[in-house]
Ligand binder design. Structure first.
Ligand code: XMP
Length: 510
C-alpha cells in the first residue's frame, strides 16, 4: 500500500535514527536508507532529509550523492553534514571551525519569515556537534539563522524548497527541534500526519491478507513483545491459518510457560505449547562454555521447531517479530557498502526450511510496536515485559546446567521480579534478573554453619540495551529481597547486587 513518507538518507551520523523517531512522533511515516543505496523516489516521497555524518565534506573520500535526483523537485532538508554538502556542492565554502562547536548554543538572529523557522523563538537553544563550518554560502542561498559563533546556522535557497541547518533538531537539547521538523514535514512537505498505530494496524492487516491469501504461516512465540504483536497482526489477517508454536525449553522463568500460553489462548491465537525441557537439558549436559551453551540451545530449538512445522500440512510462510532497529544499522560510511544486517528473531531459523519470511513489524521502533500491541488489545503484562534472552536462564547459570539449578534460580528470580513489581520498581528498570554463581560460600543459620550457593541480582536502566547503567534500587528493597531469598530458597545463603555498568560489563554474565 502506498504510504506518504519522508525519505531520510543516512550518511552515518549517530543521530540518524533519532531523526526518524522525531518525524514519526509527528505521525508521519519515514524510512532511513543509506546514502549509497537510495531507493527509487516514488510519488509517496514527500520530502528528503540528509543526515549528519562523522565525515568531513572536505575529505577526498567523503560520502556524496547526486542531489539532482530530488533537489528542486522534493523539499530537501540537510542537517549538519547534509547542510554542508548542500552548500559545498553548489559552490559554497566549508572549512574547519576555528572554535569547537559542540553542545548547547543559542540562536541569535532568526528569519521568522522563513517557513522552516516559523514559530521558533529567536533565542532558542540548539544542539551543535560539528568540526567544520559553512564559511560562505553559494549564490541564491540565504542565511536564515545565526548564533554568536556560527554565522550560517541555517539557510534556505531562493525559489526552491531546499534548506540546511547546522544544528541537530532531532536531539532533545534543541528545545524547539520538533517544531522545526514539524515545519518541514507538515508545512513544507505537506504530510498529513495520519500515520497512527490504528492506521498502521488497518493497512498492515489489509496488506497481510493480500500477501498471504489462504496460505499458512508458522511462527515461534517467545512470550516477548515483538513476537506477540507480530503474531496478533498476522492472526487478525488470516486467523486460524497462523500456527503458533511456543516451546518450553526448560530455561524460562518460573511458571512462565503456563502463564504465557494461557494469555496467548485468551487472545484467540492458534497456539501449540510444546514441552521439550528434557531435550534441552540433555543437549546442555556438561556444557560450561557460554557460546557452546548458546549453540546447543539454538540447534535444539531449530530441531524442535522444524519438527513441529512439518506437522503442519502445506505451510508456506514463516512469521517473525523482526523490528526496524534489527533491519537498519547506521551505514558504515567508510565501508564498501551499506551494512544492513539480516536478523532472525527466533535464533536463526535455517534456509533449509524453505519458508518465505513474513515480518509485519520490520518498519517499527520498539515503542511503536508497544503502541500497536495496545491497539490490538494485547495485555500490559505482555507489552510491558522486560527483555529476556533467547537462551533464557542457561546464560544466567554460570557453569553447567542441571534441572536442579534451574529450579533454584527460578525461585530466586521470581522473588526478585515479584518484589520489583510489589515495590513499584518493575517499570523503572529496563531489565532485571538473577544469576546463579558457580561458587559456594560459608554462612550461619541458627546454630548451623552452612556452605551454600551465592546468587547475584542484576537490574539495569537502559534505552536499547546497547549501553546500560546498574539500577540504583532502594536499600530497603534490596535488604527485604535478600532476606526473603535466603529465608525461602533452600540452598542459597548469600545474595550480592551487581553494580557494574555496560560498558565495560555486559547485562548478562555470560
Ligand atoms: P548483553 O549481555 O550483551 O545483553 O549486555 C544485551 C541484551 O541482549 C540480551 N541477550 C541475548 N538475547 N540471545 C538473546 O536473544 C542471546 O544469546 C543474548 N545474550 C544477551 C540480554 O538479555 C540483554 O537484553
Amino acid at each position: 500500500m502506498a504510504t506518504e513518507q519522508i525519505l531520510i538518507l543516512d550518511f552515518g551520523s549517530q543521530y540518524t535514527q533519532l531523526i526518524a523517531r522525531r518525524v514519526r512522533e509527528l505521525n508521519v511515516y519515514c524510512e532511513i536508507h543509506p546514502y549509497n543505496n537510495i531507493p527509487p523516489i516514488t510519488p509517496d516521497v514527500k520530502g528528503v532529509i540528509l543526515s549528519g555524518s562523522p565525515c568531513s565534506v572536505r575529505d577526498a573520500d567523503a560520502p556524496m550523492i547526486d542531489l539532482a535526483a530530488f533537489r528542486g523537485q522534493q523539499p530537501l532538508l540537510g542537517v549538519c553534514y547534509g547542510a554542508q554538502m548542500l552548500a559545498q556542492t553548489s559552490g559554497g565554502q566549508v572549512q574547519p571551525s576555528s572554535i569547537r562547536e559542540y553542545g548547547r548554543a543559542k540562536l541569535g538572529t532568526v528569519d521568522l519569515a522563513s517557513p522552516l523557522l516559523h514559530g521558533i523563538d529567536p533565542h532558542s537553544q540548539v544542539w551543535m556537534s560539528h568540526g567544520d563550518t559553512i564559511m560562505d554560502i553559494p549564490e541564491g542561498f540565504r542565511v536564515i539563522a545565526s548564533t554568536d559563533t556560527v554565522r550560517v546556522a541555517a539557510f534556505d535557497v531562493e525559489g526552491e524548497p531546499t534548506f540546511g541547518i547546522q544544528f541537530h533538531p532531532e536531539v532533545t537539547h534543541s528545545l524547539q527541534g520538533k517544531q522545526l521538523l514539524k515545519n518541514f514535514v507538515v508545512d513544507i512537505c505537506g504530510c498529513s500526519q495520519n500515520w497512527t498505530s490504528e492506521s498502521f494496524v488497518e493497512s498492515t492487516v489489509a496488506a497481510l491478507k493480500a500477501k498471504l491469501g489462504d496460505g499458512k504461516v508458522v511462527m515461534g512465540l517467545s512470550g516477548g513483545v515483538d513476537s506477540s504483536v507480530a503474531a496478533m497482526l498476522i492472526h487478525r489477517a488470516i486467523g486460524k491459518n497462523l500456527y503458533c508454536i511456543f516451546v518450553d525449553n526448560g530455561l524460562l522463568r518460573k511458571d512462565e510457560f503456563e502463564q504465557v500460553l494461557d494469555s496467548y489462548q485468551h487472545l484467540g491465537l492458534n497456539v501449540k505449547g510444546v514441552d521439550t525441557k528434557a531435550r534441552f537439558y540433555e543437549a546442555l549436559a556438561g556444557l560450561t562454555d557460554p557460546e557452546a551453551k548458546r549453540k546447543a540451545i539454538g540447534k535444539t530449538f531449530i530441531d524442535v521447531f522444524d519438527h513441529e512445522a512439518h506437522l503442519i500440512e502445506d505451510v508456506k510462510w514463516l512469521g517473525q517479530g523482526t523490528i526496524y532497529p534489527d533491519v537498519i544499522e547506521s551505514v558504515s560510511v567508510k565501508g564498501p557498502s551499506a551494512t544492513i544486517k539480516s536478523h532472525h528473531n527466533v535464533g536463526g531459523l535455517p534456509d533449509f526450511m524453505k519458508l518465505k519470511v513474513v515480518e509485519p513489524l520490520n518498519t517499527l521502533f520498539k515503542d511503536e510496536v508497544r503502541a500497536v500491541g495496545k491497539t490490538l488489545g494485547i495485555p500490559d503484562a505482555i507489552l510491558g515485559r522486560h527483555p529476556f534472552p533467547g537462551p533464557g536462564l542457561a546464560i544466567r547459570i554460570l557453569g553447567d546446567i542441571t534441572a536442579e539449578k534451574v529450579a533454584i534460580l527460578q525461585e530466586v528470580d521470581a522473588l526478585f521480579i515479584n518484589g520489583l513489581k510489589k515495590y513499584g520498581l518493575y517499570d523503572q528498570v529496563w531489565q532485571a534478573g538473577a544469576m546463579l554463581l558457580p561458587i559456594q560460600s560459608v554462612g550461619v543459620m541458627g546454630d548451623e554453619r552452612t556452605y551454600e550457593r551465592v546468587v547475584a541480582l542484576r537490574a539495569v536502566t537502559s534505552v536499547d540495551g546497547m549501553t546500560a547503567d546498574w539500577a540504583h534500587l532502594p536499600y530497603e528493597f534490596l535488604a527485604d529481597i535478600s532476606n526473603e531469598i535466603i529465608n525461602r530458597v533452600k540452598g542459597v545463603n548469600r545474595v550480592v547486587y551487581d553494580i557494574s555498568s555496560k560498558p565495560p560489563a555486559t547485562i548478562e554474565w555470560e
